[in-house]
Design a protein around this ligand. Structure first.
Ligand code: FES
Length: 163
């Protein structure tokens, strides 16, 4: 069994064994790359570099092609996601009511850009489409919680609940 490579904790990590089983299962099939990437992301939560290298080597696909597919589809993540996922709707109603100011405040408070994760791994910031709560625009979500009529002044207090 391999040792955890994510955080250096030295614990046994059976995800690499599972990854190898997954690759073996699809190896002989046509179009194996996408289902293998899907399965790998389910196992690891994202697609670390060494996982992409393993997939390329075992499927005998050039690494550039593996990266190409992993970066082309938005549902693949090459970076780990934070514990809490923040989404700000940039649908029309939210946009005209100041969603961009909320995004700018979040970036400032968290010291990250959109699609990045804070250094402590607590938050990932993403932009979303309309989440169907336009009457509450601008809308921000954290995990399954929805916050309406968000202003930059409210951002700090909302974040505190998740720290
Ligand atoms: S536009 Fe933001 S919730 Fe609909």
């Amino acid at each position: 069994m391999a040792t955890c490579k994510c955080c250096g904790c030295g614990q046994q990590d059976d995800r690499y064994d599972k990854l190898n089983q997954l690759i073996d299962k699809y190896k002989e099939k046509k179009g194996a790359l996408i289902p293998v990437l899907h399965g790998a992301q389910e196992l690891f939560g994202y697609l670390p570099e060494d996982v992409l290298e393993t997939i390329a080597r075992k499927l005998q696909v050039p690494l550039a092609e593996v990266y190409g597919v992993a970066t082309f589809y938005s549902f693949f993540n090459l970076k780990p996601k934070g514990k809490h996922l923040i989404g700000v709707s940039l649908g029309t109603a939210c946009y005209v009511r100041g969603a961009q100011d909320v995004v700018d405040e979040l970036k400032k408070q968290l010291n990250i850009d959109v699609n990045e994760t804070t250094e402590d791994g607590n938050f990932t910031l993403a932009l979303t489409r309309c989440v169907g709560a336009c009457g509450l625009a601008p809308v921000m979500t954290i995990d399954d919680d929805v916050y309406g009529r968000v202003t930059p002044e409210k951002v700090k207090d909302i974040l505190k609940k998740y720290q």
